[in-house]
Write a protein that binds this ligand. Sequence first.
Ligand SMILES: [Zn+2]
Length: 470
Amino acid sequence: MILIRYYQVISSKNPNFKNTLRSKLVMGIEICAVGGFSEVGKNCLAVNVDGDVVIIDMGLQMDKYIEYTDEENVFDFSVKKLTSIGAIPDIKNISDWQNKVVAIIPSHAHLDHMGAIPFLASSFPGIVLCTPFTKAVLEAIIHDDKRHIRNQIKSLLPNSSYKLSDKITVEFVYMTHSTPQTVTVVLHTKYGAVVYTNDFKLDSKPTLGQKANIKRLTELGKQGVLCVVLDCLYCKEAKKCPSENVAKEMLREVLLDVDASGKAIIVTTFSSHLARLKSIIECGKKLKRKVIFLGRSLSKYVYAGEQVGIIQFSHGVKIIKFKDKMAKVLKQVDQNRDQYLIVCTGHQGEPKSVLSKIISKDFPFTVRQGDHIIFSCTTIPAEVNIRNREVMEEKLRALGARIFKDIHVSGHGAREDHRELLRILQPRHLIPGHGHQQIVAPIAELVAEMKQELDADLHFMKNGQRIRIG
Ligand SMILES: [Zn+2]
């Protein structure tokens, strides 16, 4: 029989809070859903092991955050303000654990998993521990945004371990996703292993980096996993997420097999998706076009990747960060449009992005009849993104551009990936993550289907809720 549990919020706002929690030292394992369990975004989980606390992920709610920032400007908002608009996780949920935090561990370099660190990390005493690529991106963000955190930032390579305290050793297991050096974070405790795999996909043919370390995950499953926190964003989709190699082929088709002589080509994609950018550059070379990257976030992720030796793009690509320089370059592109391939930000139709500015003629470059605009992404299914993209596409159509959209495969596993991972890890407890209950609910159907091969208690959580598992 499957056990499905829904939890009451136990937080500092609850009148029973003082008596039930604050006065007690946690013995065993208690997990608090801090953020990302009542929305898609601002992922944050706290795990308390006999009084030592690890925070895994500390992300931004991107749509809320972006309303207050743009490519060039960073506004200095207080933590209180950012919390009140829902842009960062509400750390009041763990105010009683605040001084016990031994580490903050972003699992990868996506902003919905690590973008709140510059605002919140200093509230806690522990180190920030992440892979070298995530560290390089985080440091670039802190530097560019002129922020400071008091925590030491340490790096740990994928497929290695680090002793955080007498009670917790952390292990990073290499996982495939849509940004390099994503890891499944494993907390080894005397009660068993807590495995955080949020985000993940199982890509057997990645175009950059290694395959997921299934061998190690299988070993962990055999040793016995106490709890898995699982990226369930696409658990309703009955499929296996296609490899990044498929996206590469889709790009090849629209870039190399569709005639664009005399026309401009603009590709927009995720700045953090270095594998995708690599495929775009390879196509640009085949087209004999000069590849130009425009935008602050693109330069941040590319330089971070180069710093840690994952990629070497800047030999063959011009990377331009600031608006005045972009204007100069786009003037040249406008006059020799079929000699360049432009890559820029703006795939979600963000009104302040480079692509929006190009369309609005903020630069000396005009999108003309028959120019190719390639969206190597999907529209994130949030109202603001859907609307922004509609507006952008209407404007592009009015200019006569050819739009190629959804040239993309996801970085998130679907139901058959979930099945595979659960079969391997065999957890005793399962906590679905990366979305509110409507998004993650279909995982219950899968767990029911797997009743012959999986014996896990399923715990649906909301932000602010806690469970005790060890
Ligand atoms: Zn991610």
